[in-house]
Design a binder for this molecule. Structure first.
Ligand code: AMP
Length: 285
């Protein structure tokens, strides 16, 4: 596997690579990330993963400094999974002095994470646009775990005509339902158990939906109950239109139900889709 640290190295690699699938990550890789790599391997001649903890998407009081960094383990995991290249730039390489252009997504970045983390999606959109410009992948792979991020990227690719195929990939979970996340590293053993209340709530809402319940309040109550039992007060728990992320009330036919909550010192997010499959996103726009 080639380890590329500069834009020039990445461009030289890309020029020789055939069709390329890109898996952007912030490292501290787990099975969820590797599932994206495996999907990309099936659909492209070569797979590149990027590892870059992007300072631009963290607010000043967030966890940028303590975000887990374990490059040697990550490179071994990527090589084991079959990636052809890892792009591991420094902050200076991605944001040289004077490069201050930012990509600001539209209304889709307003609610949920956009509201809770002002500026976050400008940081995400800017780094992803740069990664796409550097690697020029044919396809790029993003997890449903960060559903709004996936939608923001689908929109910037469409609106800026970036010509990259965005491939959504399902959330990988532990047996007890917890969505895999690098931030699960922050959880104590007791909080790790409490954290399963997030997915338990989402699954309870999905079960009610499958049983015919369509009222937003009833679906949200089903999702809230396990959180209350675990003593978790969510930052938000919302039903939203899966295309626009606008909040839904009343009767819902198609929705994403998403939750963000602090558990101990970790801020966790999760979501499930109601009334549609992840694969339908692309055709719906
Ligand atoms: P991150 O390193 O957290 O920025 O994540 C990099 C990519 O992996 C993003 O597209 C995430 O949505 C995706 N990802 C993170 N956790 C999971 C998971 N549990 N299952 C599937 N994809 C994931």
């Amino acid at each position: 596997m080639d380890v590329l640290r500069t834009v020039a190295e990445a461009r030289a690699w890309r020029a020789k690579a055939g069709t390329v699938g890109l898996v952007p990550t912030m490292g501290a890789l787990h099975t969820g990330h590797l599932s994206l790599v495996k999907r990309a391997l099936r659909e492209n001649e070569a797979v590149a993963a990027s590892i870059f903890v992007n300072p631009l998407q963290f607010a000043p009081r967030e966890d940028f400094a303590r975000y887990p960094r374990r490059e040697a383990d990550d490179l071994a995991a990527l090589q084991g999974a079959g990636a052809a290249a890892a792009f591991v730039p420094s902050v200076e390489e991605m944001y040289p002095a004077g490069e201050d252009t930012r990509v600001t997504p539209g209304a889709i970045a307003g609610p949920l994470e956009g509201k809770a983390r002002p500026g976050h999606f400008t940081g995400v959109a800017t780094v992803v646009a740069k990664l796409f410009a550097i690697i020029r992948p044919d396809r790029a792979y993003f997890g449903q775990k960060d559903f709004q991020q996936l939608r923001v990227i689908q929109r910037i690719v469409r609106d800026l005509r970036l010509g990259v195929r965005v491939v959504p990939c399902e959330t990988v979970r532990t047996r007890d339902g917890l969505a895999l996340s690098s931030r699960n590293d922050y959880l104590s053993a007791a909080d790790r158990t409490r954290a399963t209340a997030l997915s338990a709530g989402l699954f309870a809402a999905r079960l009610r939906f499958s049983a015919g319940e369509r009222h937003a309040d009833a679906l949200l109550s089903a999702a809230r109950a396990p959180l209350e039992r675990a003593g978790i007060v969510p930052e938000y728990l919302a039903l939203s239109d899966p295309l626009t992320l606008a909040e839904l009330e009343g009767e819902v036919t198609r929705a994403v139900i998403s939750v963000a909550a602090r558990v101990g010192t970790a801020r966790l997010i999760d979501n499930v889709l109601l009334g549609m499959k992840l694969g339908e996103l692309e055709e719906l726009g």
